[in-house]
Design a protein around this ligand. Structure first.
Ligand SMILES: *[C@@H]1O[C@H](CO)[C@@H](O)[C@H](O)[C@H]1NC(C)=O
Ligand SMILES: *[C@@H]1O[C@H](CO)[C@@H](O)[C@H](O)[C@H]1NC(C)=O
Ligand SMILES: *[C@@H]1O[C@H](CO)[C@@H](O)[C@H](O)[C@H]1NC(C)=O
Ligand SMILES: *[C@@H]1O[C@H](CO)[C@@H](O)[C@H](O)[C@H]1NC(C)=O
Ligand SMILES: *[C@@H]1O[C@H](CO)[C@@H](O)[C@H](O)[C@H]1NC(C)=O
Ligand SMILES: *[C@@H]1O[C@H](CO)[C@@H](O)[C@H](O)[C@H]1NC(C)=O
Ligand SMILES: *[C@@H]1O[C@H](CO)[C@@H](O)[C@H](O)[C@H]1NC(C)=O
Ligand SMILES: *[C@@H]1O[C@H](CO)[C@@H](O)[C@H](O)[C@H]1NC(C)=O
Ligand SMILES: *[C@@H]1O[C@H](CO)[C@@H](O)[C@H](O)[C@H]1NC(C)=O
Ligand SMILES: *[C@@H]1O[C@H](CO)[C@@H](O)[C@H](O)[C@H]1NC(C)=O
Ligand SMILES: *[C@@H]1O[C@H](CO)[C@@H](O)[C@H](O)[C@H]1NC(C)=O
Ligand SMILES: *[C@@H]1O[C@H](CO)[C@@H](O)[C@H](O)[C@H]1NC(C)=O
Length: 461
């Protein structure tokens, strides 16, 4: 690392150009949001995790209050609750992030990309087919201090990145990153409010992360964070070491954050050189995994969440949701706990009309209805991407991967997708037919994954 030049890869513009290209048939113009642009307009009030303005799912997980129309645009964030997920035969319980309307009581996890069950290991497969953007799994609930553990096997290979992170709506971030060219070095990192300082990465050594399941834990306290592997502390960060005397802020992750576990192609040929370099070089899309199974994969067995108390002095007026209460400051003193609903009534809603959500105790049927409506309007436009779509459906149904090969990945996504266009309408989980994250393509997904991990991401030049 010594002597290497560091730079930041700006992923938002990359996403922007993809979205713009994919939506040329739309009458609506795509509107972006970030630090340097104006806040989102009233009719697309929410700034999504990926820096695009909209309503519906843009106003749910990851909605950034700093760049939204105002701080009421984002829906309140589902409050932390202890839970444990065993990802055995679980893919059928996953909710697409495009049809999810904010009901964390019904869904613990939402996904984007390609998932399957792997019965032999009682695990969920996060897959990354050739040239795709991979897969992202997000918790619906936010954690505001707590211990989060994930038992997983990473993927492998140059350019193939597995990640387990906590990511807040104002882009505080606590990371585990597993770069596939060195499977014994696990990278840990953190960011404060998306500020692009990537000098905080450190490595923790362990045994091969592809061959072995390990328990990775983020133990996030108000005054320090421990990163643990198999119960052993590999890194500790003290809040008091992050004080910035100029701003008076601790540059320490301190706002409610979702859990996100993903597999993404940091080494795709079209990525910036620095990204590819950080990711260990270009991906080999003709690797044995691709030839044998049709995809790279990571395996997730379980996630446990234990919530800690919110900071002393937190304004508490309920026990349902977190909300930012200042339009100037986004540190922990400016988060309140309320009883306000996190559920929206339809994909056109935002935080401005949350009462719509209250009437929708049957939110999932509402969701599928409205997604059918919206889906049909985007079907024509996405026709060219039917392979992607049906591939996605093929990969996300409750199909269990039966294991006639030693490693079990006999189902090839590419061949499966050829015959599954019927399934696509039956299960309707295809991203492109979804709610309001407009155009979804492999590229879109790629950049969503990048945005997720890269909003404040480090790359060595
Ligand atoms: C904000 O978005 C605009 C338009 O996509 C882009 O040109 C600009 O570089 C972005 N600024 C930051 C700080 O990301
Ligand atoms: C946010 O904007 C909406 C729509 O313009 C408005 O109704 C609401 O009062 C505003 N809220 C705040 C806190 O400014
Ligand atoms: C998997 O779960 C589904 C319900 O989601 C159930 O019908 C099925 O029997 C389960 N399969 C196994 C192998 O446990
Ligand atoms: C990866 O690169 C290939 C070109 O090698 C391109 O066709 C594909 O769209 C890229 N995928 C993503 C997700 O960017
Ligand atoms: C991984 O990184 C460690 C520490 O930098 C190094 O000793 C080891 O040789 C690397 N392994 C591979 C396979 O590159
Ligand atoms: C990045 O963080 C390091 C250590 O906390 C600090 O010394 C450095 O000044 C920061 N860089 C920038 C550009 O703020
Ligand atoms: C972590 O290990 C990787 C090799 O796997 C290396 O490229 C990187 O520079 C290391 N990071 C630090 C902060 O030592
Ligand atoms: C930071 O806090 C830790 C534990 O709370 C303490 O051990 C350490 O001395 C403190 N460091 C500084 C620089 O205050
Ligand atoms: C401290 O905060 C100031 C003002 O926000 C900022 O300009 C500066 O880069 C920060 N310093 C570090 C080391 O991040
Ligand atoms: C979750 O907790 C259960 C019960 O204590 C334990 O058996 C399991 O290994 C834990 N899983 C993870 C991922 O921490
Ligand atoms: C929040 O809702 C719970 C459950 O309905 C109720 O018991 C509690 O009194 C409410 N709190 C406030 C401050 O309204
Ligand atoms: C935001 O924080 C600054 C610095 O602590 C403080 O002066 C200001 O009053 C705060 N603004 C609000 C709206 O609380």
């Amino acid at each position: 690392m010594a002597g290497s030049k560091l730079f930041f890869l700006s992923v938002i513009p990359a996403l922007a150009s993809v979205v713009a290209a994919a939506s040329t048939e739309k009458v609506d113009k795509v509107v972006y949001c970030n630090e340097t642009l104006a806040a989102c307009p009233e009719d697309k009030p929410c700034c999504s995790q990926y820096g695009v303005c909209g309503s519906g799912s843009y106003c749910l997980g990851g909605c950034n209050p700093r760049f939204s129309h105002n701080i009421s645009a984002c829906m309140p964030m589902p409050m932390c609750k202890d839970f444990q997920t065993v990802f055995s035969n679980y893919s059928g319980d996953l909710q697409s992030q495009y049809t999810y309307l904010g009901d964390a009581e019904k869904h613990d996890w939402i996904y984007e990309g390609y998932t399957m069950d792997y019965d032999q290991d009682d695990a969920l497969v996060l897959a990354m087919p050739k040239n795709s953007g991979g897969t992202v799994l997000s918790s619906t609930r936010y954690v505001w201090y707590g211990k989060v553990g994930a038992r997983l096997k990473t993927s492998h290979g140059a350019g193939v990145v597995t990640a387990f992170i906590m990511f807040s709506s104002v882009q505080d971030e606590i990371d585990y990153e597993y770069v596939g060219n060195n499977l014994t070095q696990v990278q840990t990192n953190f960011y404060f409010e998306g500020i692009q300082n990537w000098t905080h990465s450190t490595n923790v050594s362990t045994t091969d992360t592809y061959d072995n399941y390990h328990l990775y834990e983020i133990d996030w306290h108000e005054d320090h964070i421990d990163w643990l592997i198999d119960g052993e502390v590999g890194r500790t960060l003290y809040k008091n070491s992050t004080f910035n005397a100029t701003s008076g802020d601790y540059m320490f992750p301190q706002t409610p954050a979702r859990i996100q576990i993903s597999l993404w192609p940091g080494g795709n040929a079209t990525n910036a050189i620095g990204t590819k370099s950080w990711a260990g070089g270009e991906i080999d899309w003709d690797s044995s995994d691709i030839q044998d199974y049709g995809y790279y994969y990571a395996l997730l067995q379980g996630v446990n969440v234990t919530c800690y108390d919110p900071p002393a002095g937190t304004k508490k007026n309920g026990s349902v949701s977190y909300q930012y209460i200042s339009s100037e400051n986004f540190t922990q003193n400016y988060v309140a706990i309320t009883n306000d609903t996190t559920v929206m009534g339809s994909a056109d809603d935002s935080g401005y009309n949350p009462e719509d959500g209250k009437s929708s105790s049957s939110s999932s049927s509402t969701a599928s209805k409205s997604s059918t409506g919206k889906g049909s309007s985007t079907t024509g436009k996405s026709a060219g991407k039917s392979t992607t779509q049906s591939g996605l459906v093929a990969a996300t149904g409750s199909s269990s991967v039966s294991s006639s090969k030693q490693s079990g990945f006999v189902q090839n996504i590419n061949s499966a997708s050829g015959s599954s266009s019927d399934k696509s309408s039956a299960t309707s989980t295809g991203g492109a037919a979804g709610l309001s994250y407009a155009p979804v393509s492999n590229n879109g997904l790629m950049h969503i994954a990048m945005g997720l991990l890269g909003a404040a991401f480090a790359f060595l030049y």
